[in-house]
Design a protein around this ligand. Structure first.
Ligand code: NAD
Length: 266
């Protein structure tokens, strides 16, 4: 089996990375940065997001596992004191793979420029470069509303505990093939109206945002921020690709939600 390790880059994460690499090589696993079967991320959720994007062109052949060197992460749920156990599990046991849905984002430009396609593990946010974001929201090809406000956040189920949660969105179990649209400070008064509630769309529904006035936007895909000019539309739907996590022990989603947000000591 081929593996690679991505580190957050601090001294603790780097030391753990070197230790795991040595142990796994001792077990006759092959270190392969370009075509790994398993990618170990050492750091936090941000490190796993980085690793995900690094290997996003071969998601069907790669499984991820995360070790956290800070607080418990949503994607990074192994602690440094468990790495010997994790190494043995990786080397010796056929691991189970669990798959989570991803968000597909397609950005199209005015004047017919080539469209850009992205996959997000957590979410995509859209904000205006300057002033209020004004965008028409279409769902399944039908006009739904004209949004005015700070921005919109479209998240995956596993990303629903990240930015989406801070916006009052619902936490969605990752077994539900869905995406969620949450508002950032919408303008609501006698003149302007938005739905005001987060919307959860099933796998076969598409959401499209179309600029009303200014065509330039700040678009984030997970931890990446991109400036898009002359934008015609942004389309969102559940991607056909999935992210695969190597599972060596049960850690149910709702327990992770509990341990991350309520308390980790029972
Ligand atoms: P960062 O260093 O600013 O960390 C953001 C925090 O989000 C970290 O504590 C991380 O553990 C947590 N996080 C990331 N994914 C999560 C998930 N799926 N569930 C629960 N918590 C999660 O930035 P980063 O580490 O590069 O991560 C980028 C992410 O930060 C974005 O995808 C976005 O979700 C999140 N973010 C959140 C807010 C907010 O809550 N107001 C604002 C901006 C970005």
């Amino acid at each position: 089996m081929k593996f690679s390790i991505t580190s957050k880059g601090d001294s603790q994460s780097n030391a753990l990375m070197h230790k795991m690499r040595t142990y796994l090589l001792d077990f006759d696993l092959v270190y392969d940065e370009s075509q790994p079967d398993i990618v170990i991320s050492v750091g936090g959720d941000g490190t796993l997001l980085y690793a995900f994007h690094r290997y996003s062109s071969r998601l069907d052949k790669t499984a991820f596992v995360g070790v956290h060197t800070g607080h418990l992460g949503f994607y990074a749920d192994w602690v440094p004191s468990e790495i010997e156990k994790l190494v043995i599990a990786i080397a010796k046991t056929p691991y189970q793979v669990i798959e989570y849905p991803l968000l597909e984002v397609i950005v199209r430009y005015q004047h017919g420029g080539k469209e850009s396609r992205y996959l997000a593990l957590n979410e995509c946010t859209v904000k205006s470069v300057e002033g209020t974001l004004v965008m028409d929201v279409e769902i399944r090809g039908e006009h739904f509303e004209r949004f005015r406000g700070d921005g919109l956040c479209i998240s995956t189920p596993s990303g629903s505990t990240a930015y989406n949660k801070a916006l009052g969105g619902a936490i969605i179990h990752p077994s539900l093939q869905s995406i969620q649209l949450a508002e950032m400070a919408s303008i609501n008064n006698k003149v302007f109206r938005t739905i005001g509630s987060p919307l959860i769309l099933p796998g076969h529904h598409t959401c499209m945002l179309k600029p009303v006035n200014r065509p330039d936007f700040m678009v984030t895909i997970d931890h990446l921020t991109l400036l898009h000019r002359d934008l015609k539309s942004i389309q969102f739907r559940v991607a056909k690709e999935k992210v695969r996590f190597a599972r060596f022990r049960p850690f149910p989603f709702w327990k992770r939600v509990h341990d991350s947000f309520i308390s980790d000591a029972d």
